[in-house]
Ligand binder design. Structure first.
Ligand code: KG4
Ligand code: ZN
Length: 334
């Protein structure tokens, strides 16, 4: 069986072909065409600009992926239907709809948050997860703690009440003039740990007895802290390194603490990470130390279509049926 997957929920045009042969999975082709350069000049993603790029890129990326995969017969098409930026989702859905005619293959709508979780099983079997498990999806659009009592079964325990953790990285990087996307830029500056000073930022909601998050206050705290400084200090490498290390640690502390609470309350045996922010080296290190944790390879943490394909594969195996009419659902939940 060969699954073609398309993912356009945000600013990456991603297409992949996944093959299953005697229960073994093989990535035949995987391309992520990034719009980072385009959005970097604005310090963030503009949905209609992103949509236009998807429109331009999709036919080219699709052609390239199919060629790399050896132009195989496609048995199923997987398309991200949400959550995400609505104009971008529609672009992918319309393209995929056309393909169902051309390729004569059924179409499966895929939940992007679920795909971030299932990215863990691109290179390991699902038996590596012990239930109950707690999932933590941290991306540019989401920060969610999820209880999983069995495979493909999800209950949202808590989520962010305002900005997602990735959004906080991106907005802080913008304040500090470090470019877009903010996560990798801040992580780079934060590496120089010896510069950690007495600079202290808040850990929002860390003491509250729930599983919810809030990151917009942290961004505001950075803004006030930064504004207090002279232009010389604001440009000083040492200051920026200390501030980046502290922001990164504040985000990690909150994520660790809320995950710890969920793990203890539900007796979770595995923690499953996913989403762009979980590509962060320091976060990976500290979660490994704290929990029995599964995390996707770094390249499968950020948006890609292999995770979309594997999600379709598991749902197909479970017996889920394709959908005729697919709609973009910006706020789709698990
Ligand atoms: O999952 P993703 O590619 O797209 C969404 O579904 O949102 O996540 C993108 C987010 C961005 O906010 C980016 O700054 C963040 O992931 N990110 C990181 C790192 N790499 C990407 N954040 C922290 N450290 C990183 N190394
Ligand atoms: Zn994503």
């Amino acid at each position: 069986m060969k699954i073609l997957a398309i993912e356009t929920s945000c600013d990456d045009t991603a297409v992949a072909v996944l093959e299953e042969k005697q229960k073994k999975l093989k990535i035949l082709s995987n391309i992520v065409s990034s719009q980072v350069k385009l959005h970097a000049q604005y310090g963030g993603v503009y949905p209609f600009l992103a949509k236009r790029e998807h429109q331009k890129n999709l036919p080219l990326v699709f052609k390239k992926v199919m060629k790399q995969a050896g132009n195989p017969k496609i048995d199923a098409i997987a398309i991200t239907s949400g959550p995400g930026l609505e104009p971008c989702l529609w672009q992918g859905i319309n393209f995929a709809n056309d393909l169902t005619q051309k390729l004569k293959a059924p179409l499966f709508p895929i939940n992007h948050v679920e795909a971030h979780i299932l990215a863990n099983f691109i290179d390991r079997g699902p038996t590596s997860i012990k239930f109950p498990a707690v999932g933590l999806v941290v991306s540019g659009g989401h920060t969610q703690l999820i209880l999983m009592k069995k495979f493909l079964d999800y209950k949202i325990l808590g989520e962010t009440r305002d900005d997602a953790a990735g959004e906080c990285f991106d907005k802080v990087a913008r304040i500090l003039g470090l470019g877009y996307p903010g996560g990798p830029a801040i992580a780079k500056f934060a590496k120089n740990k010896k510069n950690l000073t007495s600079l202290k930022l808040p850990r929002p909601m860390i003491k509250q007895k729930n599983y919810d998050f809030s990151f917009s206050g942290l961004k505001t705290a950075v803004l006030y802290e930064f504004r207090k400084q002279t232009p010389e200090t604001q440009k000083s490498r040492q200051y920026l390194e200390a501030l980046c290390a502290e922001v990164q640690q504040a985000i990690i502390d909150v994520l660790l603490s809320k995950t710890r609470k969920a793990v203890d309350d539900y007796g979770a045996k595995t923690v499953v990470l996913g989403g762009g922010v979980t590509a962060n080296d320091e976060l990976r290190k500290q979660f490994k130390k704290a929990f029995n944790v599964l995390m996707p390879q770094k390249k499968f943490c950020t948006d890609n279509a292999v995770m979309t394909a594997i999600t379709a594969y598991f749902h197909l195996k479970k017996g889920d049926k394709p959908k005729g009419e697919i709609e973009a659902r910006a706020d789709l939940t698990l």
